[in-house]
Write a protein that binds this ligand. Structure first.
Ligand code: ATP
Length: 266
């Protein structure tokens, strides 16, 4: 990846974090995080509970201002800019835990996603587009979002982000609280959105198996630092990943030790 450090190597880079540090009071949640997401790819940040994945996404979308470092989107410095400004540049964030507006209908939740847009025809077209991906939302269009199941709320949260017509979607743990079957369905649609619409996606996940299969390039985050990066095809073959994130290594101890054992990454 040596060319990635040169200006020419930045061609085709949609998102670039350089040495980002973000904290909650005295707690440094991420330290020296540098990563790049190429236009058109699905990238993932893997990490266990509390590793700092959500903090990375919140720092990118302007919810948290970093203490150090920079965030560039499409070559523009968006470090610590207002979240509404960042959405307008074409970057949408699907937060952890979905956070739909429970007392608004599905339809109105989707319109909220399009609040920065003025092209009514485009908004109507995109609403049909999201109903194409998630037909159940069309059936529930006039119901309150709070009455939807967890999986349907996740679909709505992704759809609401799509309604802003983004070039990049930040997706925070879409598998959280969902059955394996539903998780698989949602990941398949995320990949379809990427392939069919060319939307670039940065996904953070504890479910390494799903994330590595859905993504092109991956970063591994431990205690707020990136400890490994590679193509997902290569990451899937690494012994550390198999043992600690996929639980596949036959000699590995599954369960608690997978997350708790101190590991020197190589
Ligand atoms: P999870 O999968 O559990 O959401 P994560 O990898 O997304 O984990 P973060 O939510 O980014 O991790 O949290 C990183 C660290 O920052 C953790 O140690 C967490 O306890 C701490 N943290 C997160 N939010 C806050 C907050 N609002 N105030 C104080 N500390 C926080």
């Amino acid at each position: 990846m040596s060319d990635m450090n040169t200006a020419a190597g930045d061609q085709g880079i949609m998102l670039k974090l350089m040495n980002v540090e973000s904290a909650y009071g005295p707690i440094k949640a991420i330290r020296g995080v540098s990563l790049k997401v190429r236009k058109g790819e699905v990238a993932t940040v893997l990490g266990s509970n509390g590793a700092g994945k959500t903090t990375i996404l919140k720092t990118i979308s302007g919810i948290i201002d970093p203490r150090k470092g920079s965030v560039e989107f499409k070559g523009q410095d968006i470090t610590a800019r207002d979240p509404a400004f960042i959405v307008q540049q074409g970057l949408s964030h699907v937060p952890e835990g979905r956070e739909v507006f429970p007392l608004l209908s599905v339809h109105d939740n989707l319109l909220m996603g399009a609040y920065t847009r003025h092209d009514r025809d485009g908004v109507a077209r995109d609403m049909e587009m999201v109903f194409g991906y998630f037909p159940i939302l069309k059936e529930r269009e006039h119901q309150d979002a709070g009455l939807l199941s967890g999986g349907q709320q996740q679909m709505l949260a992704i759809s609401r982000a799509l309604m802003a017509n983004p070039e990049l979607i930040l997706l925070d743990e879409p598998s959280l609280g969902l059955s394996p079957k539903l998780t698989k369905e949602i990941f398949e649609i995320v990949v379809r959105i990427n392939r069919e619409r060319g939307t670039t996606i940065l996904l953070v996940e504890q479910n390494a198996n799903m994330a590595l299969n859905a993504s092109d390039y991956g970063y591994v985050l431990e205690n707020g630092r990136i400890v490994m990066e590679d193509t997902c095809a290569a990451l899937r073959e690494k012994e550390d990943i198999k043992e600690f994130y996929l639980g596949m290594k036959e000699t590995g101890v599954r369960g608690e030790r997978r997350w708790k054992k101190k590991k020197t990454w190589r």
